[in-house]
Design a protein around this ligand. Structure first.
Ligand code: ARG
Length: 467
């Protein structure tokens, strides 16, 4: 297709490193849609005839059918998806096919195709994240009052509720969705019509093609249009942060399902066995979500490094934008699906959670707060007194709420029986009513707020009318 001035065929290794068809065949739908929009615009502008445009459209539809039914013969010698499609078009409709590439270059073509692909992938990921949020919020509502240990430094810190913990991930997913939405908003300008780099002498209607392909408007600078890959970088940055969130939760699932911890169980549907140790139940899906964050972060890094030294405008380096990005976005999609499945599947061991929540003197802060509130002791001093009471309980080998009043009064004589009212884990979580705190009433309110918001966003998904 470009061999006019060449006398020899490329070396095999030249052809091998140059070909991108194995990757960019993923863009066949976008490529065909882009070509149809371009041909229709060329006809409307009187640049090609209506008959040629119709023949091109019919030929492209036939090619779409061939690809979707697996009959299309992709050829590596034709390098990429653009030339594979155009070459087949020539076979199907003859010379009119040669008019399709008027006022267009593969440079604006590939930027347009991939921008459409990334926008669609980001929209699909957004829908998946909404479902993930729904699964989390539903489970949070069920477990609004289920106490569990909250951790800092992975040491038992203060009791929280399981629902509260799950809602933390709903908030993260909301920010993730915001980042994808933001990336999509900035990617609503269409590169098509920038041609190779300088624009074209033909009287194009770039607004027409932009709108036909779902963009808001054409990109304003032809050099920028063919050399910009911000839309990929931004989607990958959003994907990398999302993957980090999923990975952190996956790590918690691995910890929580360990027999050493035992806070939750996953069913047979989300665990695997060991080929040698019959007792094992491995959280492989969570481990793989944790691991796949690596390749998603890697794809962002790889493309940043590819782009950072490129002068304007198109450079062949940019052909390397697709493999990592397509892989990363599909890995992320799989990770979200797996996490959503695990959230719906996981069951907390509520007795174990309650027991672990009370272990390690987790209500010590409640005792210190009581000293502040009831006896007017400054917090720093209350902290010290509580430390001595915890030491006494440790010495006696009992939990705080089992330590006799006399033992507490030996440290601070003004302590009364009333102190026991704050020392249970239930009292502890119930008292955390500050905005954003773990009190079951807060958790219920927040979970309902999210479910209502998600229903409103997508009424078709409304599941439980009794809620
Ligand atoms: N396969 C190329 C890519 O993915 C298409 C653009 C090629 N342009 C060119 N002038 N060789 O970037």
């Amino acid at each position: 297709m470009w061999g006019g001035r060449f006398a020899q065929a490329p070396d095999a290794i030249m052809a091998e490193i140059n070909a991108s068809i194995d990757v960019d065949r993923n863009l066949y739908r976008q490529d065909i849609a882009g070509s149809k929009a371009h041909a229709a615009m060329l006809a409307k502008q009187g640049i090609i005839t209506a008959e040629d445009a119709e023949a091109i459209a019919r030929g492209l539809d036939a090619i779409l059918g061939e690809i979707e039914s697996g009959r299309f013969q992709f050829q590596r010698s034709l390098e990429d998806i653009h030339m594979n499609v155009e070459s087949r078009l020539a076979e199907l409709i003859g010379p009119a096919a040669g008019r399709l590439h008027t006022a267009r270059s593969r440079n604006d073509q590939v930027a347009t195709d991939f921008k459409m692909y990334v926008r669609e992938a980001a929209a699909a990921i957004d829908a998946q994240l909404a479902d993930y949020q729904r699964a989390l919020a539903e489970k949070a509502l069920t477990h609004a009052a289920t106490v569990m240990p909250g951790f800092t430094h992975l040491q038992t810190a203060q009791p929280v509720t399981f629902g509260h913990h799950l809602l933390a991930y709903v908030e993260m997913a909301a920010r993730d969705r915001g980042r994808f939405a933001d990336a999509r908003r900035r990617a609503e300008e269409c590169p098509l019509g920038a041609a190779a780099l300088a624009g074209t002498s033909f009287p194009l209607d770039r607004d027409m093609t932009a709108r036909a392909l779902g963009f808001a408007r054409p990109m304003a600078n032809s050099l920028d249009a063919v050399s910009d890959r911000d839309f990929v970088l931004e989607a990958l940055a959003a994907a990398a942060i999302t993957a980090v969130h999923l990975s952190r939760f996956a790590e918690e699932i691995v910890i929580w399902t360990s027999p050493l911890v035992g806070l939750i169980t996953l069913s047979d549907r989300f665990t695997t066995g060991s080929s040698i140790m019959p007792q094992k139940r491995n959280p492989d899906a969570a481990e793989l979500v944790r691991a796949k964050a690596g390749r998603i972060i890697g794809a962002l890094n790889a493309l940043l490094v590819v782009m950072k030294g490129l002068p304007l405008a198109y450079q062949k380096d940019m052909q390397e934008d697709k493999e990592g990005a397509i892989d990363a976005l599909s890995a992320l999609s799989l990770c979200i699906a797996a996490m959503t499945g695990m959230v719906r599947d996981m069951e907390p061991d509520t007795a174990r959670m309650r027991q672990a929540a009370g272990a390690g003197y987790a209500t010590a802060t409640d005792l210190a707060d009581w000293l502040v509130r009831k006896l007017g002791i400054p917090f720093r001093q209350a902290h010290h007194i509580t430390g001595r009471i915890v030491a006494a309980a440790a010495e006696a080998g009992v939990a705080l709420h089992r330590l006799p009043l006399a033992a507490m009064q030996a440290v601070e004589p003004r302590i009364t029986e009333d102190v026991y009212s704050v020392l249970s884990v239930d009292r502890s979580v119930k008292s955390r009513t500050s905005y954003g705190g773990t009190a079951p009433a807060n958790v219920r309110r927040e979970a309902r707020k999210w479910l209502k918001r998600l229903d409103k966003e997508n009424p078709a998904r409304k599941e439980d009318p009794t809620r």
